[in-house]
Ligand binder design. Structure first.
Ligand SMILES: Cc1cc2nc3c(=O)[nH]c(=O)nc-3n(C[C@H](O)[C@H](O)[C@H](O)COP(=O)(O)O)c2cc1C
Length: 210
């Protein structure tokens, strides 16, 4: 598969089959993350791989809890409309899909936590994003699904109990968990949500608009 094709065709998969995948596949995916660039090649990332029920369950529960807390708090937030057009609808939708959210992290055979060592780089969140994209493209090429759930800067991150997450998985204090990337066989490929036109993404020479 051509890189450009994987970039265009990849979708964020949220429904996975409860089926094993070849262990070599996960190695290829992790290696794609390893080869992501980092500032000064400081390589501040570590990948924590969860692969059985016992390992995945606490994370899945914390993920659902974070979404539940976000939904419950949404209408109290003055800035809710900065994040969602219709916070009331979003609250309803999230509370109606807590079971699905839990399965998003329980069904796939592998869940990768992309972690950044804050002592090694100021830009570890950026570097984690690059690694996540490499992993998702590698997974797509192998006919596997993935999704990037970022818990360092998103609204969801405000409701994620990171202290508990670190305690449960023995993650050192100076290490931040940036993203959760489930990997598995695709149960349902989501429709293409599209992007703005390239002409609306791009200015040439000088900034136009706003
Ligand atoms: C920073 C970031 C945070 C995201 N958070 C979530 C998330 O919490 N849950 C989820 O299912 N998808 C999450 N996604 C995936 C996006 O929803 C998805 O990339 C977007 O809707 C476009 O769809 P596509 O990846 O299929 O093109 C996130 C993506 C990014 C880049």
């Amino acid at each position: 598969m051509k890189v450009i094709e994987a970039i265009r065709e990849r979708r964020s998969v949220r429904k996975f089959k409860k089926k094993e995948i070849r262990p070599e596949a996960i190695k290829v995916i992790l290696d794609a993350g390893r080869w992501a660039p980092s500032a000064g090649n400081r390589q501040p990332l570590k990948f924590l791989v969860l692969s059985n029920e016992e390992e995945k369950e606490p994370l899945a529960k914390m993920y659902v809890e974070a979404y539940r807390r976000e939904a419950e708090d949404l209408l109290n937030r003055e800035d809710a409309e900065k994040y969602y057009k219709n916070p009331y609808e979003v609250k309803k939708r999230i509370l109606g899909m807590l079971d699905l959210l839990e399965r998003q992290l329980r069904d796939p055979p592998f869940v990768i936590l992309i972690c950044g060592d804050t002592r090694l780089s100021r830009s570890y969140i950026f570097e984690a994003g690059l690694a996540a994209q490499n992993m998702m493209l590698a997974a797509w090429e192998l006919n596997l699904g993935s999704c990037c759930i970022e818990i360092a800067t998103t609204l969801l991150s405000e409701y994620f109990d990171k202290e508990k997450l670190k305690r449960v998985y023995n993650i050192p204090e100076e290490v931040d968990v940036v993203a959760i990337v489930p990997i598995g066989r695709i149960e349902e490929k989501p429709p293409n949500p599209g992007r703005e036109l390239l002409k609306d993404y791009t200015y040439t020479g000088y900034w136009i608009g706003d």
